[in-house]
Design a protein around this ligand. Structure first.
Ligand code: FMN
Length: 360
């Protein structure tokens, strides 16, 4: 049995393998943040393809926490109700449903990418975003309002309430989105956070929101439900958030009961130079795992079965998260198993195709 297709246990949950579907915004809601048939088809198809853990896209914990007016939300019980058939379906395939809880901060109120990504007006469903400081991401983005202390407390509460709703909807893994230049990362990064109060300045101030959200969400969750946190391990800019600070943060997250740190990078500022290449972020997962002794997920340009297997057997990470490779080929995990010589179950209605795997 390969490492990639060996089970992985967190708390009360055992995942059948170590291939996870990385969160992917679909911008396919109407203006209400409710899941649509697109989400059922997309996430359901991913579950049918053999991944053990299928994450939703970033689900906004408040309406202004959406990147675009078409993002998925989890800010009311109606949102949980709309997601429940999706978690039911994912479970029926033998996979586990995970949800990424998110707040876009200053990257909120923008148009969907295929319509340009620029700021949207109120008439188009837009809203005034919030951030640590009143500084726009770029000239085409809306200028956010700086959060007050009360506003920050409401954000923390919104994450905790969303986590409870997610469990009620059938999600069995919760991931906090603290990466890619969204709200929590905006507080972490010295390139963005210009506050001079308890939520800014030194490492302790900048990490306070991440810590408070993590603690509130952990205590809102049943003990058996695993909690992951996605970080941008570096801003790729001198003077920005970096790997050394990520290691310090991950150590605190571990103490708070976080089960896995999902190591991505970038997104804080528009002008960073990112050396994208196969597996270019794996070294972040490796360093966090080694230095902190916490499970990590590797993500970013992982496209091949043998590449994924090597990441795990060389102890660089405990699991891999794939995004674009799975959009190309939702059956990637089923084919990867065959390539690594593992006999894994296919969905029963697909079994006739499994028999001709060798003819592909
Ligand atoms: C269509 C699309 C939507 C994405 N949306 C999210 C998201 O909601 N949350 C997130 O953390 N990352 C998001 N990402 C980033 C992916 O999860 C992943 O980290 C990135 O694409 C690198 O992995 P890959 O090389 O396997 O695609 C998105 C990526 C794509 C392609």
């Amino acid at each position: 049995m390969s490492k990639l297709f060996s089970p992985l246990t967190f708390r009360d949950l055992t995942l059948k393998n170590r291939v996870f579907v990385s969160p992917m915004c679909q911008y396919s809601c109407d203006l209400d943040g409710l899941a649509t048939p697109w989400h059922l088809a997309h996430l359901g198809r991913m579950a049918m393809g053999g991944a053990s853990l299928v994450f939703t896209e970033a689900a906004a914990v408040t309406p202004v926490g959406r990147i675009s007016p078409h993002d998925l939300g989890i800010w009311s019980d109606a949102h949980a109700l709309a997601l429940a058939p999706i978690t039911d379906f994912i479970k029926s395939t033998g996979a586990v449903a995970g949800i990424q809880l998110a707040h876009a901060g200053r990257k909120g109120s923008t148009e969907v990418p295929w319509r340009g990504g620029q700021a949207v007006t109120k008439e188009q469903g837009g809203y005034t975003p919030v951030a640590p400081s009143a500084v726009a991401f770029s000239p085409t983005y809306p200028t956010p309002e700086a959060l007050t202390a009360d506003g920050i407390a409401r954000v923390v509460d919104a994450f905790a309430a969303a986590a409870k709703r997610a469990v009620a909807a059938g999600f069995e893994v919760i991931e906090l989105h603290a990466a890619h230049g969204y709200l929590i990362h905006q507080f972490l990064s010295p390139l963005i956070n210009q506050r001079d109060d308890a939520w800014g300045g030194d490492f302790d101030g900048r990490t306070k929101l991440a810590i408070d959200v993590t603690a509130a969400v952990r205590s809102a969750l049943p003990h058996g439900i695993p909690l992951f946190v996605r970080i941008s391990a570096t801003d790729w800019v001198d003077g920005g958030w970096d790997l050394a600070q990520s290691v310090r943060l991950a150590a605190k997250l571990r103490e708070l009961g976080v089960d896995l740190v999902d190591c991505s990078s970038g997104g804080a500022v528009p002008n960073a130079k990112i050396p994208t290449a196969l597996g270019y972020q794996v070294k972040f997962a490796e360093t966090v795992k080694r230095e902190v002794g916490i499970a990590t997920g590797a993500v970013g340009m992982i496209t091949g079965a043998e590449q994924a297997e090597a990441i795990l057997t060389s102890n660089q990470a405990d699991a891999v998260l794939l995004a674009r490779a799975l959009l190309h080929e939702p059956n990637w995990p089923l084919h990867a198993a065959a390539q690594l010589g593992d006999d894994v179950a296919w969905p029963k209605p697909f079994e006739r195709a499994k028999k001709i795997e060798s003819a592909r």
